[in-house]
Design a protein around this ligand. Structure first.
Ligand code: ADP
Ligand code: MG
Length: 341
C-alpha cells in the first residue's frame, strides 16, 4: 500500500479497511477479527467469546450540556451491550478505561459509573478491570465488553443470502429526533409527551440483548448487525460482509408516532431521520424464506416488535430503496461517519 500523503483526509471506514488488510492476522482460534460487531474467539471447546470495545469522547459522542454523567455512562454501556446483542451473545465481563479532566468532580465520576452499572446490572455483567488517567482535554471513556455463546453459534454480519428477508426491531429515528430536541431546546423541561418519549429514547436506549439471543438460539436469523450509525450505513456493512445487495421499502421502515409528530413539526422527512439517525441500537437482521413464518409468529408471542423492511438481492444490484412513488433508486449514504459527518 502506498504511504498516505500528509494532507490526505481520514475516512473512518477506509481506515478500518486498510487496518484490516494490513494487520489482521488470523490464528486458528480467531473466528472473526475486524469486520463484525464483536471479535469472536474460540476460547474453549464449548464456548465462543465475543469481544467488543467502544471509545466515547466528550464533544464527539456526548455533550455534558445535554446529557448528565449518569446518562453518558448508561449510553456507553448500551452501545457495547448492543454490539453483543447483534452477535446473539450473553454479556459477561466489562473493562472500563477513563480519562478525567480537572473540571470533573468525584461526584460526576460516581454518577457516570452509576449509569454504567445500572445498564449492566440486569445482565449480571461483572466489572473486571480497566485503566484510569487524567485528561488535559475532555472526558474520555472506553469500554470493553466480553460475552459468550455456545461454540459455532453466533449471529454474524456475513451470513445473509439472496432471497432472505431484512427485518429490524423496534422503531428507527427516535434517538436522532431526541438529540435534535435536546440540542435545539434551551430547557430540557419540555411539555409535549412525544418530545419526552424521543428524549428518553436518546438518553435511555435499550440494547436488544434478549432479541439477539432469541434470534441466535435456534439459528432463526442468518445475519445481524446493530443500528449504531444509521440504517443507510449499517445495512451497507451487513451487505458488504455478506457480499450481497439489498432492496429496502421506504414505506415499510417502522417509525414511531412521536417521531412522525416531531418530523412534521420540524418540517423534516421522518424517513430521513430513520435512515440517517444513529444510536437507535435496534437490530437489523436477515431471515431465510423458510424461517420467516416461525420468526414472525414467535416474535409476536414473545412481544418483540419486528418489521420486515426489504429483501436481500445479488451483489450486482447494489443497495436500492423504493420511494413512496414506487420507484427504485440507489440508497443514499446519510448515516454517521467520523471525520465526515
Ligand atoms: P460498531 O459500530 O459495531 O462498534 P465499528 O464500525 O466501530 O463497529 O467497527 C467496525 C469493525 O472495525 C469492528 O470489527 C471493529 O472492531 C473494527 N475497528 C474499528 N476501529 C478499529 C481500529 N482503530 N483498529 C482495529 N479495528 C477497528
Ligand atoms: Mg455494532
Amino acid at each position: 500500500m502506498a504511504p498516505p500523503q500528509a494532507s490526505e483526509p481520514i475516512h473512518e471506514f477506509g481506515l478500518i479497511r486498510a487496518l484490516r488488510r494490513q494487520f489482521s492476522h488470523r490464528d486458528a482460534e480467531v473466528i472473526r477479527g475486524i469486520g463484525d460487531d464483536a471479535a469472536v474467539i474460540s476460547a474453549s471447546p464449548k464456548q465462543w467469546w465475543h469481544v467488543t470495545t467502544d471509545l466515547l469522547v466528550e464533544g464527539v459522542h456526548f455533550n455534558l450540556g445535554t446529557a448528565s454523567p449518569e446518562a453518558v455512562g448508561y449510553r456507553a454501556a448500551m452501545a457495547n451491550l448492543s454490539d453483543l446483542a447483534a452477535m446473539g451473545a450473553t454479556p459477561r465481563y466489562l473493562l472500563t478505561s477513563i480519562a478525567i479532566p480537572r473540571r470533573c468532580s468525584a461526584a460526576h465520576v460516581d454518577q457516570l459509573y452509576g449509569g454504567l452499572m445500572k445498564a449492566c446490572r440486569p445482565h449480571r455483567v461483572s466489572l473486571i478491570g480497566g485503566d484510569t488517567s487524567a485528561s488535559r482535554g475532555g472526558l474520555f471513556l472506553s469500554l470493553t465488553l466480553i460475552g459468550t455463546t455456545r461454540r459455532r453459534q453466533a449471529l454474524l454480519r456475513s451470513g445473509a443470502r439472496i432471497g432472505d428477508a431484512l427485518y429490524v426491531t423496534g422503531t428507527l429515528g427516535d434517538s436522532l429526533a431526541g438529540l435534535q430536541i435536546l440540542t435545539r431546546q434551551s430547557s430540557t423541561r419540555v411539555a409535549k409527551p412525544h418530545q419526552r418519549f424521543l428524549i428518553h429514547r436518546h438518553l435511555r436506549p435499550t440494547a436488544r440483548v434478549s432479541e439477539g439471543q432469541w434470534l441466535n438460539r435456534a439459528r432463526r436469523a442468518s445475519a445481524a448487525i446493530d443500528l449504531s450509525d444509521g440504517l443507510s450505513g449499517d445495512v451497507r456493512h451487513l451487505c458488504e460482509e455478506s457480499r450481497v445487495g439489498a432492496d429496502i421499502e421506504l414505506d415499510a421502515i417502522p417509525i414511531s408516532p412521536s417521531c412522525r409528530a416531531y418530523a412534521k413539526s420540524s418540517r423534516q422527512d421522518p424517513t430521513q431521520l430513520a435512515l440517517s439517525g444513529g444510536e437507535d441500537y435496534e437490530l437489523l437482521f436477515t431471515v431465510s424464506a423458510q424461517h420467516q413464518p416461525a420468526v414472525e409468529h414467535q416474535a409476536k408471542k414473545a412481544g418483540y416488535r419486528i418489521t420486515r423492511i426489504g429483501v436481500i438481492r445479488p451483489r450486482r444490484s447494489g443497495l436500492r430503496i423504493q420511494s413512496q412513488a414506487g420507484e427504485w433508486r440507489p440508497l443514499p449514504l446519510t448515516s454517521y461517519e467520523h471525520f465526515c459527518s
